[in-house]
Design a protein around this ligand. Structure first.
Ligand SMILES: *[C@@H]1O[C@H](CO)[C@@H](O)[C@H](O)[C@H]1NC(C)=O
Ligand SMILES: *[C@@H]1O[C@H](CO)[C@@H](O)[C@H](O)[C@H]1NC(C)=O
Ligand SMILES: *[C@@H]1O[C@H](CO)[C@@H](O)[C@H](O)[C@H]1NC(C)=O
Ligand SMILES: *[C@@H]1O[C@H](CO)[C@@H](O)[C@H](O)[C@H]1NC(C)=O
Ligand SMILES: *[C@@H]1O[C@H](CO)[C@@H](O)[C@H](O)[C@H]1NC(C)=O
Ligand SMILES: *[C@@H]1O[C@H](CO)[C@@H](O)[C@H](O)[C@H]1NC(C)=O
Length: 487
């Protein structure tokens, strides 16, 4: 059932296990990027006879060093391992020699690691090749929330995207522009790549960290008891286990040391992963009643741009977005997009959703590791498919113009590359959703589930509150533009 898709990038991270279980693909938000396995049996390739003519991505930043709070946990673990006298055996024999993988404290915690930079660069290279939207020398504009690690992800993406040819002597060609938007503020409302902080009531619906804490209490003590048998003179606690499991992904990303990955058993990784699933499902995903509200404005903006088609802007727009519409943000702004699209919250099998607080159902597709791994993304693609796509023979007459690609348009969602079916709308090639049906689904079904941003978020009395994301077509007043070139 669990397939491994090793991308070029995943190959850059040392593989810990020879068998099919890889803890780095079960580490939730600490996982390095990997292509999520196929869901619903949909093949990952673009269906024969179709080509993508427009695409939109909302992307988490690449792998980073720890946040200050978790870094304190690493430092405390180091002090505990250093300032006690004890004997450590078996899987823990290495702990007296372990040092936290941060060697320049003022400049590392919070910021991208080299792995994160590579993840972003690789995405730029991959999408340039995959879609072939950009002719040599053309510019690209992308959008990014303004925290440094997110901007750096946008920058490395853009460098990867532009990394072909030689434009040294053509400084007005092959340039990238990053439109930087205020990050995690409460005054840009829905017109933002971090709308979760623009909705005051959103945090009241968040029961994610409490759910995760309760679930962690069911397994961390058991793991500590198992590991304490390898220690004489030192006792690991439940919270030490949390730090040590986080260190598997983080340290693999910083310096390739995977010794903490080897300490835990497969079932212990699945419990660790599920705690993250609960955290995101009930925190920022479908289990938070304000999640769809917060994710909807971006989805609606993209749906409208897909109706117009590439190279078009909305009435009153002063920016024409490129065919590839890139937005860079933080982990917590991806689950709201899943909610707005109505994904991963229903199942043909009863009892999968809402996620159980106590008992993981192996059929649940809402998995943090498949969504908010570092540089994880939700993407929407517009496909143009030829009516004759199923024929096995085509005839070309010398001198005739290239055959018309038909005008039938379909929509596909991809999450960390895996195509994900839109509930009730899979009649197109490769289980895609016909564009007209998609827009009805968004404008009616999902708009009703999301509700009005201003009303639901309790912003009725805020004079300038807006429930629309217009930043892709109307330049906000306070944006900062950053020019990226290769030299
Ligand atoms: C160990 O404890 C001593 C004194 O209690 C302290 O000076 C030292 O910094 C500690 N070592 C570490 C690694 O924290
Ligand atoms: C590309 O960007 C450069 C640098 O900003 C600018 O001079 C040039 O006009 C842009 N080209 C196009 C076609 O927009
Ligand atoms: C934004 O946050 C500030 C500071 O916490 C607060 O005073 C203000 O009321 C908030 N605005 C909205 C619209 O919630
Ligand atoms: C709304 O008003 C606040 C306070 O005057 C301001 O900081 C903010 O930029 C405004 N937001 C928008 C979207 O105009
Ligand atoms: C998810 O499903 C639950 C019922 O299981 C429902 O209450 C909730 O509104 C759904 N969330 C979204 C975003 O559609
Ligand atoms: C093919 O495209 C051309 C130019 O867009 C158009 O004039 C023509 O009618 C199309 N032919 C068919 C068979 O669709």
């Amino acid at each position: 059932m669990r397939l491994r898709h090793i991308s070029l990038l995943a190959a850059a991270i040392p593989t810990v296990f020879c068998d099919s279980f890889n803890s780095l693909q079960h580490s939730g938000p600490a996982s390095p990027y990997f292509d999520a396995p196929s869901q619903d049996g949909i093949p990952s390739d673009t269906p024969t006879g179709c080509n993508v003519d427009q695409a939109a991505y909302i992307v988490r930043h690449g792998a980073r060093y720890p946040e200050p709070g978790s870094f304190t946990g690493w430092q405390n673990l180091f002090v505990k391992f250093q300032n006690n006298s004890y004997t450590a055996k078996g899987p823990l024999a290495f702990i007296p020699s372990w040092v936290p993988p941060v060697d320049d404290i003022p400049h590392e915690p919070l910021f991208l690691s080299a792995t994160g930079a590579l993840e972003a660069l690789t995405l730029g290279v991959d999408l340039r090749k995959r879609y072939q939207f950009t002719k040599g020398g053309e510019n690209i504009t992308v959008w990014s929330a303004a925290q440094q690690r997110v901007l750096d992800t946008a920058t490395f993406f853009t460098r990867g995207y532009l990394s072909q040819g030689n434009y040294l002597t053509a400084p007005s060609s092959n340039r990238g522009t990053i439109i930087s938007l205020a990050d995690s503020v409460n005054f840009t409302f829905a017109d933002s790549l971090t709308p979760s902080t623009g909705c005051p009531l959103y945090s009241t619906g968040d029961t994610g960290s409490a759910s995760a804490t309760v679930f962690r209490a069911t397994y961390q003590d058991k793991i500590a008891a198992r590991l304490n048998k390898f220690l004489d003179g030192l006792t690991l606690t439940a919270s030490d286990i949390g730090v040590m499991q986080d260190l598997c992904g983080f340290q693999a990303e910083v310096d390739g040391d995977t010794r903490f990955c080897d300490v835990f058993e497969d079932s212990e990784w699945l419990d660790y992963e599920y705690a993250h699933d609960l955290n995101y499902y009930y925190g920022s995903g479908p289990g938070n009643p304000f999640s769809a509200t917060v994710g909807f404005p971006w989805v609606k903006a993209i749906s409208d741009l897909f109706v117009l088609g590439p190279g078009q802007t909305t009435p009153g727009g002063n920016i024409t977005p490129p065919a590839l519409i890139m937005g860079f943000t933080h982990d917590n702004n991806l689950p709201p997009v899943i909610s707005a699209l109505g994904l991963w919250n229903t199942s043909r099998v009863p009892g999968v959703y809402p996620l159980s607080h106590t008992t993981p159902n192996p059929l649940h597709q809402f998995r943090a590791s498949y969504l908010v791994a570092f540089r994880g993304y939700v993407a929407l693609e517009r496909l143009a498919c030829s009516a004759t796509r199923d024929t096995e023979e085509t005839v070309h007459v010398a001198g005739a113009p290239p055959a018309n690609v038909s005008t039938s348009k379909y929509i596909r969602v991809r999450v960390d590359r895996a195509p994900v079916a839109i509930p009730g709308c899979t009649s197109g090639p490769g289980s895609t959703c016909p564009l007209a049906q998609f827009t009805t689904y968004i404008d009616e079904t999902r708009a009703a589930a999301a509700g009005d941003f201003v009303q639901r978020c309790g912003l009725q009395n805020v004079a300038n509150a807006t429930g629309e994301a217009t930043f892709l077509t109307v330049a906000p007043p306070d944006i900062q533009e950053i020019l990226v070139g290769l030299n």
